[in-house]
Design a protein around this ligand. Structure first.
Ligand SMILES: C[S@@+](CC[C@H](N)C(=O)[O-])C[C@H]1O[C@@H](n2cnc3c(N)ncnc32)[C@H](O)[C@@H]1O
Length: 266
């Protein structure tokens, strides 16, 4: 499989939040854990200083802050960023109307457009598997962090959504067909992220989020799958939808493994 294609990511997949939303809906509407993923992550930030300077990289549509808006300490100074101009625009639309200020910046994690040692916390969630030069990205996060600062990176484990990948394989897709140019599939997982972070950080700990998806209808799953860079003729697309519907009618529900977590590095 080829490496992630930055132009595809910036100009198509993350041109705006449409495709990301289709994937997020599956999690938001069908997850078993009532304590939400973004709320759970936010709890990990509880020891940050009252006046923390915080940078989020690859922040997408800014959902982390939107979901936790009631609980953000007044003294935190928060900058959201992304390498996609469309995503920075989405961040603006979602957050600029809130009563507290946020800053926004367009920057690539591999060359962070900020001076050395100015942030108490740097966050990079569900994005390092997209980054071609991940070692450089990790060094960049370390560079902009104050001594004693903390990095938070969320990612998936190798078992994450394995039933969806099995379903795609049963239909006849190869992983390369739908992940091509999108992710280095096993490039940054809960299993191998600590080793990568340890090249730049002394202390790394892993926190796993306990959750699963129980799906009761086919459509959200079809939307999820079609948010990948999948090339389908009209005929194959129809065949695929029928295939998923038949699977559902056979089983009634589908249990899907979720394996997500956050690496905290200092
Ligand atoms: C899966 S989304 C995650 C968004 C958000 N962090 C979240 O957890 O909801 C990945 C995001 O990373 C951004 N991204 C990908 N490669 C990047 C890079 N090299 N530098 C900065 N942002 C990048 C994409 O534009 C996209 O918004």
């Amino acid at each position: 499989m080829t490496a992630p294609d930055p132009d595809y990511l910036k100009n198509e997949q993350y041109k705006d939040a449409t495709r990301l939303q289709a994937r997020a809906r599956l999690h938001a509407d069908y997850s078993r854990n009532p304590y939400g993923w973004f709320e759970w992550q936010f709890d990990l930030y509880k020891d940050l200083p009252a006046n923390a300077q915080i940078l989020e990289l690859g922040a997408g549509a800014g959902w982390l802050w939107l979901k936790n808006r009631q609980h953000i300490p007044a003294g935190w100074d928060i900058t959201l960023s992304d390498f996609s101009a469309g995503m920075v625009e989405e961040q603006h639309q979602n957050l600029a109307k809130l009563s507290r200020p946020f800053h926004f910046a367009q920057t690539d994690i591999q060359a962070i457009d900020f001076p050395d040692q100015i942030f108490d916390a740097v966050i990079a969630n569900h994005m390092l598997y997209h980054v071609p030069d991940r070692a450089k990205a990790i060094r960049e996060m370390r560079r902009v962090l104050k001594p004693g600062g903390t990095v938070f990176t969320a990612t998936n484990g190798e078992r994450h959504l394995q039933e969806i990948h099995n379903l795609l394989a049963r239909f006849g897709f190869q992983p390369g067909e739908y992940l091509e140019g999108f992710v280095a599939a096993k490039g940054y997982t809960l299993e191998n992220a600590a080793d990568q972070l340890q090249n730049a950080f002394e202390h790394v700990e892993l926190h796993r989020y306990d959750d699963a998806i129980v799906l009761t209808e086919a459509k959200p799953l079809i939307d999820y799958i079609l948010s990948f860079p999948i090339q389908l003729s009209a005929e194959r697309s129809r065949a695929f939808k029928t295939f998923v519907e038949v699977e559902f009618n056979r089983t009634g529900t589908m249990d899907i493994t979720k394996d997500m977590g956050v690496l905290v590095a200092r």
